[in-house]
Unconditional design. Structure first.
Length: 109
């Protein structure tokens, strides 16, 4: 997280689909208040750029179809499509499936 906040991997992109997953999981595993607080923090963060996904839907579907054998969820496919479109080469994740995606470097720990 320190490297992300320090700008070592600019830009930090938060696809709408990832935001939805984060807030949904927090609401289910913690509570609504925590989910709302984290959601607002992410949306108001200067370090994180929120990326609406509607304009990426077709590319996401194509990526999901083309790279489905890698085990990517639809949300993961959106991340890959947005990274490729926006020229981002790093993904901060604990999801090992991203290590199989050509052109992306997984940032973890």
């Amino acid at each position: 997280m320190k490297k992300l906040i320090d700008g070592d991997f600019d830009p930090i992109l938060m696809p709408e689909y990832v935001f939805l997953e984060v807030v949904t999981v927090l609401a289910a595993r913690r509570d609504h208040s925590t989910a709302l607080s984290v959601g607002r923090t992410l949306l108001n963060s200067e370090e994180v750029e929120f990326v609406p996904c509607s304009e990426y839907f077709v590319q996401t579907m194509e990526t999901f179809a083309r790279e489905g054998r890698l085990g990517l969820s639809f949300t993961d496919a959106a991340i890959v499509a947005i990274c490729r479109q926006r020229g981002a080469g790093h993904v901060a994740t604990f999801d090992a499936d991203f290590k199989k995606v050509k052109g992306l470097t997984v940032v973890s720990k």
